[in-house]
Design a protein around this ligand. Structure first.
Ligand SMILES: C[S@@+](CC[C@H](N)C(=O)[O-])C[C@H]1O[C@@H](n2cnc3c(N)ncnc32)[C@H](O)[C@@H]1O
Length: 533
């Protein structure tokens, strides 16, 4: 098991996690799923709590005085997991130095306070039994307010703020409204983020003493993309990562809450400028697949985006090396990538399920199939697919819509979101302007498109680029840094591409664009890509 450095406690200790878990969960069960989702209340199952606590270094726990922070504590399961770990280590003789510990837990929702109070008292009693003095600071209020106040001198570099030796987090996953007090407070420390979970980790990192440790479970979405760039920059600059775990399945972490998202567990030390190796694991916590990688493979030191790559599997390095050795950025090919300009719900009255004389085709992601964009259909029902036949197929050209439409040209379209059942993240298709009578088209916002100053690409270039994007090697590289189902234009700009001649050669090759093996074989033969046969 991944937290196997957690020794089995001798019977002399009092275990508090299972009580904290069931008390917290009992309060959760009184709420509707919508209430919990709105407040970001998805509670950590005991095995994950144990794993996060188990990652704290024994050496780091063995100090006379500890200060544990649990921001957004819910029922206090994470604090309880750390207490179980400490009491177990203490009675086995591994923590001779520890004398006292401060347990600081923040919770905004008053519904959880009775359970949290009870569980923290149980933690203090268990610690006392193990010969450790405990002081409880149960804070009812917003952790953002409390942390900003504590970090009076600034986020990093404050001399009085950092007091925390250990932080353990499963922070609330919720948007921070633009005009909210929380947003203003964060702004006062120079932190710009729209999601509370990043703010919690960012602040907790600022509160850690040098050498202090942080374990957390977060959605994987912060690992790439522009919204979390500033957060990643500080995270990477101010800490040393030790462990990272990702689950194979999106339901695995919060199955009892029916939450579908990719999660990441990690453990780091607040410390600047140290390069170490990192243990990256995937799969279940009971039998993970582990690899050790140098720190620069997690985050490339000269990457301004500080994208976090989670590469596992025996061929992960080969895939990464291949893509990163490609010579071009997209702009060096004279090509741009943009997001489809038609936001359909803003132009509702102009959408149509029939392609009449006043309308032009409107392209949605489902029109991208097997390396091409389907020719426009006169009527939505012609798709013969009940999932998509309800979608409009056309948009009326009028004063309101004209600015969002563009002349049809040989673009490469790529889906921005993959559905649950889709095996691939990168799904691209070439638009053949001959299918569109050289008129205007609408490209809907769930698609990105490659173009040259809004004009199309040559036949060979478009086909080659599309095949490159549809190759297994490109898809698997993309998954190393993108943990959600979204394909941002920023990610596509940060990608590396073959040069023009190679892409054109790939485009010229005779092959069936619906045949994955044929695309991958051509990538190997023409470009030397790793083989997946
Ligand atoms: C994802 S839950 C995790 C609970 C607990 N840490 C666990 O792991 O089971 C996040 C918790 O943060 C609380 N919360 C939300 N916003 C908060 C805020 N601004 N300050 C403190 N707690 C907050 C929620 O009520 C919820 O209990």
């Amino acid at each position: 098991m991944i937290g196997s450095n957690v020794r089995m406690n001798p019977p002399a200790t009092v275990q508090v996690l299972s009580m904290a878990d069931s008390e917290g969960w009992a309060t959760c069960a009184e709420k509707t799923r919508e209430e919990r989702s709105g407040a970001g209340q998805f509670f950590t199952p005991a095995p994950i709590a144990r794993c996060l606590a188990g990652w704290f270094h024994v050496k780091g726990l063995n100090r006379p005085s500890l200060h544990l922070l649990d921001p957004g504590a819910g029922g206090g399961a994470l604090t309880a997991a750390v207490v179980d770990r400490i009491t177990g280590l203490r009675v086995s003789g591994s923590l001779p130095l520890i004398e006292e510990i401060t347990l600081e837990a923040w919770e905004l929702d008053p519904a959880f306070l009775p359970a949290l109070r009870k569980n923290l008292s149980a933690c203090a009693a268990a610690l006392k039994k193990a010969g450790i003095r405990a002081t409880i600071h149960l804070r009812h209020g917003s952790y953002v307010e409390g942390a900003v106040e504590a970090l009076d001198g600034g986020l990093f570099g404050a001399t009085t703020g950092p007091t925390i030796t250990h932080a353990i987090l499963n922070p609330p996953y919720r948007k921070i409204p633009t005009r909210s007090r929380e947003r203003q407070l964060l702004h006062s420390l120079g932190m710009e983020t729209s999601n509370l979970y990043a703010a919690f980790v960012w602040l907790a990192l600022g509160q850690l003493v040098e050498g202090g440790e942080l374990s957390a479970i977060l959605p994987r979405s912060f690992c790439n993309g522009p919204y979390f760039r500033d957060f990643r920059r500080d995270l990477v600059a101010e800490s040393t990562f030790h462990r990272v775990h990702v689950f194979d399945s999106r339901t695995e972490a919060f199955g009892r809450d029916e939450v579908l998202q990719e999660n990441i567990l990690f453990h780091l030390t607040r410390r600047r400028g140290r390069r170490t190796t990192i243990t990256v694991s995937t799969g279940s916590l009971e039998s993970p697949k582990e690899v050790r990688i140098p720190a620069e493979r997690l985050v490339c030191p000269d990457d301004p985006e500080k994208v976090i790559h989670i590469a596992t599997g025996s061929d992960a390095k080969e895939i990464r090396d291949f893509i990163q050795s490609l010579p071009c950025r997209i702009e060096e090919l004279g090509i741009e990538v943009s997001t489809g300009p038609v936001v359909d719900f803003r132009l509702k009255s102009s959408l149509s399920s029939r392609l009449g004389k006043q309308e032009v085709p409107l392209l949605y992601p489902h029109t991208v199939r097997a390396g091409r964009v389907l020719a426009p259909l006169p009527d939505a029902s012609d798709y013969g697919d009940s999932r998509v036949s309800k979608k409009p197929v056309a948009i009326t050209v009028n004063d309101e819509t004209r600015r969002w439409l563009i002349p049809a040209s040989r673009f490469v379209l790529i889906k921005r979101f993959s559905s649950k059942e889709e095996k691939r993240r990168l799904v691209a298709g070439v638009l053949d302007p001959n299918d569109f009578a050289d008129g205007l088209i609408g490209i809907e916002n769930h698609l990105n498109f490659f173009h040259r100053k809004r004009a199309g690409l040559s036949v060979d270039m478009a086909k080659g680029l599309c095949r490159f994007l549809n190759s297994s090697v490109a898809d698997r590289y993309f998954r190393q840094f993108n943990g959600h189902t979204q394909v941002n234009a920023t990610d596509l700009r940060a990608f590396r591409y073959p040069d023009t001649a190679s892409l054109e050669q790939l485009g010229k090759t005779q092959l069936d664009d619906g045949d994955q093996t044929a695309i991958d074989r051509a990538m190997t033969e023409l470009l030397g890509a790793p083989s997946f046969a």
